[in-house]
Design a protein around this ligand. Structure first.
Ligand code: SAM
Length: 333
């Protein structure tokens, strides 16, 4: 009998928390200029949670009321064993949604196995349709592999495949209509995400920032935008269909319009910290206590401690405000 199964995680702002995002590795095979840390930290293997340790946290979190898990990173497919981990998660009956955010470079090779293992949904990051710009941004000539990954995910039955695009003034703002056009031609969901000043030079983020309101204005030129009230899985995105398009576009205004009031997330970092928010450095160490041999009840207490640290809203801004010490890859974007 599971002692926590009747629990529902509700924080002090009465937000129901049912979603855990896990950075399964800090490693990535791309070096995206806006994401990679300025000074990469060398993390030893034994500083990372093992899948066994991650599973203990997830199992307890699920018993507390978590029903959705997203695997991210770093690049989750860079960590050997991740597909077996998904297969294991699938056997937790209360876990109704297992998803992954990937850079797409290795998806073509693994899409069918990911589907078969029980992955429900996949988001693939792609910021440009121009091969040269892709190489400049990521440091790797792998645009074609990402596109093949998107196609393979779709062919393997992921529906919709979501494409995450971080909008950067002067880099890809001239491609917004073209990217949105993918959601007309294909049954994909293209999600435009505001550039956040995290792990990068804040002045660069400020000068590259483009609010999603401007993205929306550009997309309107493509056709009538019909709001789509997506399933809860759409999360913070405001969703539209363009004309009779096959897919949808989503706008995620992480900076211009906080969606903190409906935030339902906790995070687990690759190095074993629980965090209440992507955009705050507050965290609770779970790796040390787990390695000391704590019980499931004690893991639950650490989850509740993390929940108690969940602020009303994030304080990150381009103009003053606290800056974030951690980079996206280690927290798990
Ligand atoms: N490697 C995987 C990938 O590329 O999707 C997962 C990790 S990556 C950190 C997750 C997401 O965070 C990506 O969609 C990426 O574009 C986004 N991201 C990283 N840095 C960001 C920033 N400064 N602002 C907004 N989004 C960012």
């Amino acid at each position: 009998m599971n002692p926590f199964i009747d629990n529902i995680l509700t924080d002090s702002c009465q937000r129901r928390v049912n979603y855990l995002r896990i950075s399964v590795t800090d490693r990535c095979n791309l070096r995206c200029r806006y994401c990679a840390p300025l000074i990469p930290k060398q993390i030893r293997k034994n500083e990372l949670l093992t899948f066994e340790e991650m599973y203990r946290v997830v199992e307890t979190a699920v018993a507390c009321g978590i029903t959705k898990v997203r695997l991210t990173g770093g690049e989750p497919l860079c960590r050997r064993g991740v597909i077996d981990f998904i297969r294991r998660l699938r056997d937790l009956p209360e876990l109704t949604d297992i998803s992954m955010t990937s850079n797409g470079t290795m998806v073509a090779a693994h899409a069918a196995r990911l589907k078969e293992a029980g992955l429900n949904r996949i988001n693939i990051s792609l910021d440009t349709l121009d091969r040269d710009k892709f190489r400049w941004l990521t440091g790797a000539d792998r645009f074609s592999e990402v596109w093949e990954g998107i196609e393979a995910a779709s062919e393997s039955g992921f529906d919709p495949v979501k494409i995450n695009t971080v909008v950067m003034k002067g880099f890809n703002d001239d491609e917004i209509e073209q990217m949105a056009g993918l959601a007309v031609r294909f049954p994909f969901h293209v999600r435009f995400i505001e550039y956040m000043p995290i792990g990068i030079d804040p002045s660069d983020a400020r000068s590259s920032f483009l609010p999603v309101s401007e993205v929306e204005a550009k997309i309107r030129r493509l056709g009538k935008l019909t709001p789509v009230s997506g399933p809860a899985a759409s999360g913070p995105a405001v969703q539209y269909r363009i004309g009779e398009g096959k897919g949808e576009v989503g706008l995620i205004g992480s900076m211009s319009s906080h969606f903190c009031s409906s935030c339902n997330r906790l995070r687990l970092t690759a190095t074993g910290y629980l965090r209440p928010c992507l955009l705050s450095d507050d965290q609770v160490n779970v790796i040390k206590p787990i390695r000391r041999g704590i019980t499931d009840s004690e893991i639950k207490a650490l989850i509740l401690e993390t929940l108690s640290k969940k602020g009303k809203e994030h304080l990150l801004s381009f103009t003053g405000g606290p800056s974030l010490q951690s980079c996206m890859g280690s927290i798990g974007g």
